[in-house]
Structures are given as structure tokens and as C-alpha cells.
Design a protein around this ligand. Sequence first.
Ligand SMILES: Cc1cc2nc3c(=O)[nH]c(=O)nc-3n(C[C@H](O)[C@H](O)[C@H](O)COP(=O)(O)O)c2cc1C
Ligand SMILES: CC(C)CC(=O)C(=O)O
Length: 407
Amino acid sequence: MIVSIDDLRQRARRRLPRTVFDYVEGAADDGFTSGANRRGFDRYLFRARALVDVSAVDHSTTLLGEKLATPIILGPTGLAGLLAPRGEELAAKAAASRGTVFTLSTMSIGTLEEVAAAAPSPLWFQLYVWKDRSVTRALVERAKAAGYRALCLTVDVPVMGNREQDRRNGFTLPPRVQFSNVMDVLRHLGWVLRMSKSPRATFGNFVDHPSLTRTDAVGVARFTNSQFDPSVTWKDVEWLRSIWTGPLVLKGITCAEDARQAVSLGVEAVIVSNHGGRQLDFLPGAIDVLPEVVDAVEGRAEVILDGGIRRGSDVVKAVAMGARACMVGRPFLYGLAADGQAGVELSLDILTSEIDRTLALLGRPRLRELDRSALRVDTPATLEPTASPHRLETSTVTRRAGGTSDT
Ligand SMILES: Cc1cc2nc3c(=O)[nH]c(=O)nc-3n(C[C@H](O)[C@H](O)[C@H](O)COP(=O)(O)O)c2cc1C
Ligand SMILES: CC(C)CC(=O)C(=O)O
């Protein structure tokens, strides 16, 4: 029986060949940051109020001027179409049915036009900047023509992170059957059969690219490292601002300086993200840098928290700390692999019902009215209370050199 995101994960694990599941789970280097994204939430505990009427709980919010039925939006995930045929279209339809945003990755299997045609959901397009700027410009123009509402520039992939398991597995596109994985593929014939219905097994937005021939399998990191531009700077943000008229969102902000620079260039939202721990290892957990970014932005842009969300209570903590919404990656991918569109919907329903229960038990029925007074934290000095409206109450227990003591 599936009642949690972890149950969906177990189901996804059983249904996917090892190389594909490993790609989804993959983290950079030692996986410190990937673990920190989860561990970070454990340091923030609730301050609950009793005897509050919680008969009507409201978890809705607005993001970039759009009303969202849930504060959870679906993040960009390359190759989602390897988990289910037309995977990106299914995920976008699931987001639409739950009144939220789906973000399509530049590196999707479905083309940006196919996904836009399949789903009415508010769609965002995530951009990687290619060395060949005419490719980048063409992507932006196609996204505009297809009706994507926001452009989300990912800023944390100047080069691909070191995903050692993908390297050991020889992960390629299309996935290859090799001596080392033939037994595993045979054990997952259901996936092979399902995927035989997929229109393609390569990066849909670049089907005509000379490196992506029908016969050759391409190493994902090798391909992206050869095409993505490591010389991207804030000048490119200015350039994108000048050619994209809709909201511009930067994904991968992890410090106050970058948040302030983004705001000064007129960016409408920043996503606090370490790419799910898949890029620079030894960044702190996303939730741990959220207060720094919220305080630096000072309400001049919306802040979205991305990374490590597995429970509705995680979303409540992030919103209390000043995030407008939370983005998820793996949780909806588990749902997609487990049961297609219905699985993605289930992942959203699980998280949203957990948010409702948490708000009720917390005595704070309206998500939008949460602030840092809903939290207590056993924290290092950098997260001490500030004067912002999201002021964080410190716990009665603080860490001291040489141990923990009551204050
Ligand atoms: C399989 C996979 C593929 C991803 N591909 C992209 C991508 O193409 N572009 C991007 O900006 N982020 C990508 N990400 C990062 C996610 O957008 C998001 O930052 C991350 O998954 C959040 O962490 P979570 O999985 O714990 O929710 C990917 C993540 C995963 C797991
Ligand atoms: C295909 C990859 C470039 C997608 C990505 O960003 C990731 O795997 O984290």
C-alpha cells in the first residue's frame, strides 16, 4: 500500500532498471549535500498553538501572480520520459489536474511543443545555456511561441556534477544493454515493453543535433559538458532579460550575494537549490540557506525552496521560513515511474494532505499566514533571529562549544 513518498520510491525502484533508478537517485561525489537536504529539515521543529479553530485549512498560495491550488510545484528533470513513455506530458497533465506548475527541462525526452500541446497547466521552461547562443535563443523563442509562462534559468551547472554511479553504470542515451546490466534489463521487461511505446529515447528538443544519431548512444555527462557553456555569467542573465518578456526565475541560488544580484537585475523569483545534491557537493542543505536568501531578497522577488522535500511538514517549515512555494524533483519522478500520471498525482496528493494535517496540528490553518514564529530551531549562530517578519524563534536548547546546554 502506498501512503508516503517513500512508498512511491520503493515502487519506482522495483519498476525501473537499476541504471535508470540510479540516474534518478544520483548525487554528486560523496552525497553529503544530498543527505544534508534531508537532514536540514530535522533541525527545525514546530511551535504549535493549541485551541485554534482548524476546521477549514487553506494551503493555497500565489506564485508569479498565478493562484496555485497547492504550494508544491514540479521541478525540471531531464530525461523524465525514460521513466514512462511521454513522461513529461504525463507529469504536466498531473500538475494541471492538481492546479500547479510543471517545469519542463531543456533536456526532456518530449519536445517543448509536445508537452505544451498535451497539458493546460501553467508551464515553465527551464533553460540551460548552450555554447552556441543561437541554440539558446531558439529555445527561448520556441518556449515563448508554445506559451510557457516563465523562463527558469538553471545557474548551478557550469559543468556537470560528478555522478559516480552513472559513470560506473555507463549510463547513456538511449540506455544501452551491456553485459553488466543484461540480467537487470531482463528482470524489468515490463519497463522495456512500456518504453517501446515511447516516440523516442533521446533529447527531444535536439533531435536534429549531429551528436544524437539514431545508432549511437551518447554519454549524458559527456554530451552536456560538450554543449553547455561554462562561461555563462550575469551578462547572460541581462541578455535573457532583454529577450524574454515574461517572468524570469533563477534556479540554483545558495547565498545572499547572488540573491541580491538577481534582484538587482529584475528577476521575479529565485529558487534556493543545490540541484538535489547532484552538482557541488558540500553545499549546505537547501533549507539551511533559505533564511539567508529570504533576508537578502527582502520581499523584492519571490523565493522558492527546492531540494529534499519528502513530507508535507517540510513544505510547512520552508513556507514558515519565507518560501512562497516548494519545488520537488524526485518525489514526482517516483510517482511517474510507479504509476504514470496517476502516480504523479498521488505524489502531490500525499504531500498536500500532509501539509493540511500539519497545519491543523500546528494550529496555523492558513499556509499563507505562516511565519517563523511557527518554528523553533537548534541552530548555529548564522540562523539567529533577525528583524524580518519571518523572525525565527530559537529553541530553549542551544549548542555551545563543548556540548549542548539549556538556556
Ligand atoms: C533525475 C533528475 C534530473 C534532473 N534534471 C534537471 C534539469 O534538467 N534541470 C534542472 O535545472 N534541474 C534538474 N534536476 C534537479 C531538480 O530540478 C531539483 O533541483 C532537485 O531534484 C530537487 O531535489 P529533490 O529531488 O530532492 O526534490 C534534476 C533532478 C533529478 C533527480
Ligand atoms: C540530463 C541532465 C543534464 C539533467 C540534469 O540536470 C540532472 O541530471 O541533474
